[in-house]
Design a binder for this molecule. Structure first.
Ligand code: SF4
Length: 551
């Protein structure tokens, strides 16, 4: 329909009137569920499904699972059905969910702050080998995902994970997901403040609690006191970023309302400084606002960013202070520019205690159970009991004495992990893609790994920081809009007029104090087969034509 003066004026008013009729906000009295997801959450709390898994489904098998649990509440315990093998991307949008469902699950192991001990990594490796056909992927939110999990094995997996202090509680679902944290919290020589106590307090007080187990949608948290701002705070629902207050000293700058997906929005600062021991309470206030005022009518508008867009930062802070904290927050300074363009901690770095941490690069986050066990052994053999995952799908071994570093580096290399990787190995990420994801249109992991090899071969001299993020659909799980080169999976036409797997290209995305979303290059779609040629052309041209300091 053409836009007329009449429609262009009337449409916003109608939209506003519609919103007033009810976005399903509990705080203004709209408790009647406005869609199937809200009804399901009202019918039964997602956390309650655990008892049914343990007492019914694990004994009677997949076919006994109530559909409302299968495609809804199982997520509260980190379980999604995975895609049936062999269904091509063209069918993703046309098949019913039950036609896409395999009888196996993806299980997400929640790793708050990316913190792992040797025993925990060993346990994940064992679970992977025994119950997940050896699969294990490091996600871009510091979790580890397993595939091919049978419902019959879930209680045994929980037992093994929980015995070492790991869990899958609220790893997915409309609840507070993993709290991501600086992977070098508490050890980095240049740290502003260690956020670990706040992550632990949030976990202890609120994760798995019914206080926040029914949110409008997922809720993402990031906490980092690192000067390189290593938790992508710009795109989380709430983030605490290390700053030094001129009077009160080190603490956190509060950001809210970031998120990507199909309506990307950067988080905004509320201008408030939060001391370490108040982070958990302020976090609970922000989650409380989301639970009570968040929009529940449409899933596509049910993230905190939409509420923030309507309220603005000033009103958001006022509601937080007046209704949730019952006190004023302290004004505070903005963080400084991140000190490094690489924010992944790959390489050998000094710790504040004189030892070293060693970051290394699995390709696009893909590892496997036996390899995780070998990484655990390698860490233990080099005197370390602590490892970390990063939001770039990388890993770090902590607490290595100087005279053991070289041996650890060669041990990692013999497992296929590089400590000084090419920019391509370091900067390429990929989401799950069509191998397991029911929403995917194209393959991502194998393609990302092959792309790395190809670019290393073609551009051995390229040494700029570069991020290439490969996504299997428009949902942006691998942060398509914030990459230098973001690739959004879709079906495209090849030169012979056939529909084949390919990508819409976004160029020039970046995070940091001057963040920008990558620009969709109008009409630019590349087939998967053309991808290495296309990226090589872009990078050669960038090298030839860029100005001093241009990214
Ligand atoms: Fe699945 Fe799409 Fe997310 Fe990739 S971006 S994991 S294909 S939903």
């Amino acid at each position: 329909m053409a836009t007329t003066p009449e429609t262009s004026k009337a449409a916003p008013q109608r939209r506003k009137a519609h919103r007033h009729r009810g976005e399903g906000q509990w705080a203004v009295g709209h408790f009647t569920p406005l869609n199937g997801n809200e009804q399901s959450k009202k019918d039964d709390d997602g956390l309650n499904v655990r008892t049914r898994i343990e007492t019914i489904y694990a004994h009677r098998g997949f076919d006994a699972i109530d559909p409302a649990d299968l495609r809804g509440r199982m997520r509260w315990w980190g379980l999604y059905t995975q895609r049936k093998p062999g269904i091509d991307g063209g069918k993703t949008a046309v098949l019913e969910p039950e036609e896409l469902d395999d009888k196996y699950f993806m299980m997400r192991v929640r790793i708050d702050g990316g913190r792992l001990t040797v025993a925990q990594l060993r346990a994940i490796g064992e679970v992977s080998e025994s119950y997940a056909r050896g699969t294990a992927d490091i996600t871009d939110r510091q979790n580890i995902q397993l595939h091919w999990v049978r419902i019959e094995d879930v209680p045994a997996i929980w037992e093994k994970l929980e015995a070492v202090g790991l869990s899958t509680t609220e790893a997915c679902g409309d609840c507070p997901r993993v709290v991501i944290g600086s992977p070098v919290a508490g050890i980095a020589a240049d740290e502003i403040i260690d956020g670990t106590p706040a992550i632990e307090e949030i976990h202890e007080r609120f994760i798995g609690s019914k206080q926040f187990s029914n949110l409008p949608r997922k809720f993402k948290t990031a906490i980092s006191g690192s000067p390189i701002q290593d938790v992508v705070h710009e795109i989380n629902d709430v983030a605490f970023v290390g700053v030094v207050h001129p009077e009160h000293g080190p603490g956190f700058d509060l950001w809210v309302g970031g998120g990507l997906s199909t309506n990307p929005r950067f988080a905004e600062r509320l201008g408030a400084w939060v001391p370490l021991d108040e982070v958990a309470d302020v976090w609970a206030g922000v989650v409380g606002i989301f639970r009570d005022y968040g929009y529940r009518r449409l899933r596509t508008r049910a993230r905190l960013k939409f509420l923030l867009a309507d309220w603005g930062a000033e009103k958001f802070r006022q509601v937080l202070e007046d209704e949730y904290l019952k006190r004023k927050l302290t004004d505070g300074p903005a963080p400084e520019e991140p000190r490094s363009r690489w924010r992944d901690h790959v390489g050998v770095h000094p710790q504040r205690d004189g030892r070293f941490y060693v970051g290394f690069a699995p390709r696009v986050g893909r590892v496997d159970g036996p390899t995780l066990a070998k990484i655990a052994e390698l860490a233990a053999d080099h005197g370390s009991d602590r490892l970390r995952t990063t939001v770039e799908q990388k890993m770090i071994i902590l607490d290595v004495e100087q005279d053991r570093v070289d041996s650890l580096v060669s041990g990692l290399e013999s497992l296929g992990f590089q400590v000084t990787p090419s920019p391509f190995r370091r900067g390429t990420m990929a989401c799950t893609g069509i191998e397991f994801c029911k929403l995917a249109i194209v393959e991502t992991k194998a393609r990302g790994a092959a792309l790395i090899e190809e670019l290393e071969r073609r551009l051995p001299e390229f040494d700029e920081p570069i991020t290439i993020n490969v996504n299997g659909c428009p949902n942006a799980c691998a942060r398509i809009q914030t990459a230098d080169i973001g690739l959004k999976g879709q079906l495209v036409m090849n030169d012979d007029g056939e529909q084949v797997e390919g990508f819409q290209v976004h160029l020039g995305g970046t995070l940091g104090l001057d963040p920008a979303f990558g620009r969709k290059v109008r009409g630019l779609k590349v087939t998967a087969a053309e991808l290495p040629d296309y990226i090589e052309r872009v990078l050669r041209r960038f090298q030839a034509e860029r100005e001093d300091g241009e990214r």
